[in-house]
Design a binder for this molecule. Structure first.
Ligand SMILES: Cc1cc2nc3c(=O)[nH]c(=O)nc-3n(C[C@H](O)[C@H](O)[C@H](O)COP(=O)(O)O)c2cc1C
Length: 194
């Protein structure tokens, strides 16, 4: 495969489209679009989100030490994108988008009601990376859309319809079709070698 070198930049995809939900000391809700998000540990369950230090979201997290990460379904692309275009320091994005938020199980945590997967987090620690802060949150609860599950407890991810962000291209896409079973498909190669 012939390659073109892009230099040291941040083009990498796919990235998840998430809404980080926080509140300030006056309980004013804020929603921020974030795609630099990922699970970084299983024990303890930990999620990390990289935030520019000037984000209202970062200030809220530092004040309350809690936040939620909410998976964005494709149908909410416009509302979620708006939450990436303007800061909560100048606009009320909760009102602007009309997105309903509901309390989580931890005090001070709010969840986007229309998101099929909400992750409740407690601030664990952070790493300074230039202008960014890699904030790690201990996952204290996950809420997954009830209607996604069948009688055997298997979730059909098509009902989640996650919005996928293509960083570098600045485009949102939907998930395609299932390609293979993870932790399983590669075993054919191992069997061949044995
Ligand atoms: C698709 C997309 C992904 C983004 N991902 C991040 C991110 O991971 N971290 C970040 O600091 N800003 C990210 N932003 C920018 C913030 O969402 C934006 O600056 C927002 O206005 C900050 O809101 P706040 O000040 O209310 O927290 C992203 C924006 C978009 C449109």
């Amino acid at each position: 495969m012939k390659k073109r070198q892009l230099g040291p930049c941040v083009t990498f995809f796919p990235q998840p489209a998430t809404l980080i939900c926080t509140s300030d000391r006056q309980d004013k809700i804020n929603l921020m679009m974030a795609s630099w998000v990922g699970i970084v540990s299983k024990t303890p369950p930990t999620i990390a989100v990289s935030l520019h230090h000037d984000r209202q979201t970062y200030a809220n997290i530092m004040a309350g030490k809690v936040f939620s990460v909410n998976l964005v379904p494709a149908r909410l692309a416009v509302a979620a994108d708006a939450c990436g275009l303007v800061s909560g320091s100048v606009a009320d994005k909760h009102q602007l988008t009309g997105l309903e938020v509901v309390p989580g199980t931890v005090e001070g945590v709010f969840l986007v009601a229309d998101s099929p997967l909400n992750v409740e987090c407690r601030w664990l620690r952070e790493v300074e990376l230039g202008d960014y802060r890699l904030v790690m949150g201990e996952i204290v609860e996950i809420h997954a859309c009830e209607s996604a599950f069948d009688d055997n407890g298997q979730a059909d991810v098509r009902t989640f319809d996650p919005l996928v962000y293509l960083g570098g291209l600045r485009e949102y896409w939907s998930l395609g079709s299932k390609t293979a079973d993870a932790y399983s498909a590669g075993s054919v190669l191992l069997k061949k070698q044995a």
